[in-house]
Design a protein around this ligand. Structure first.
Ligand code: IMP
Length: 203
């Protein structure tokens, strides 16, 4: 176990870049699973974003020691009763393209107008700590499902996630603009606050 490092349990390089930027001033080394030499196939069978993030973080923490962070995120569409929610990545099949998934959501909302199109991205982050306890944070960004697929930035559901006040989808924001307002950015900054407190107390 190394007291000066944090492992972020993801294999997504885009997320790692964002995490390194936001957590830089904690003064800890931030490693991906690959960099930490850890491989794990984790069954995410939790019933909430928080449960899934906790499952990932605690499994890896038991393998690696130290502080391990993990996230779980997704899109909630109110008109669809909160779907796809925690099943966002698996929605319509893991290998189905987002062009198809995004068009399917637009089609399902053909009878929804204005406020009825409300949706949010949610991100939960869990930090599994060496003493066996777990910290969690949640960040959200509110928006609406657009009427068409627009923008080529971001990933996943970004091209249909419309921000009325900016008149843009999140796929039309720069990476920096998105980090400032995104569910993941908010959850990460909240976690940075909790970790700063924890690290201060444990010294
Ligand atoms: P995970 O947190 O990596 O399991 O991702 C869950 C899924 O939620 C992703 O595969 C995307 O479909 C969706 N998702 C989460 N965050 C975003 C985002 O910022 N933009 C677009 N889609 C997202």
């Amino acid at each position: 176990m190394d007291a000066h490092r944090i492992i972020f349990a993801t294999s997504n390089e885009g997320k790692m870049k964002e995490v390194r930027m936001i957590l830089a001033d904690l003064g800890m080394e931030i490693l991906s699973m690959k960099e930490a030499g850890i491989q794990a196939d984790i069954v995410e069978d939790g019933k909430s974003f928080e449960e899934n993030a906790c499952i990932k973080a605690t499994v890896i923490q038991k393998m690696a020691g130290g502080i391990v962070l993990a996230d779980d995120s997704g899109l909630e569409v109110d008109f669809l009763g909160g779907a796809p929610g925690i099943y966002s990545a698996r929605y319509m099949g893991e290998d189905t393209s987002y062009d198809i998934k995004n068009q399917a959501i637009i089609d399902k909302l053909k009878d929804a107008e204005g406020e009825e199109r409300s949706a949010r991205f949610v991100c939960a982050i869990a930090a599994a700590l060496p003493d066996g306890s777990v910290l969690t944070t949640r960040g959200t960004i509110e928006g609406q499902i657009g009427y068409e697929i627009v923008g080529d930035g971001g990933f996943g559901y970004d091209p249909i996630f419309y921000l009325p006040e900016r008149k843009k989808s999140t796929a039309q924001l720069t990476a920096e603009e998105k980090n400032e307002i995104s569910h993941r950015g908010k959850a990460l900054r909240a976690m940075k606050g909790k970790l700063t407190e924890y690290l201060g107390d444990s010294q």
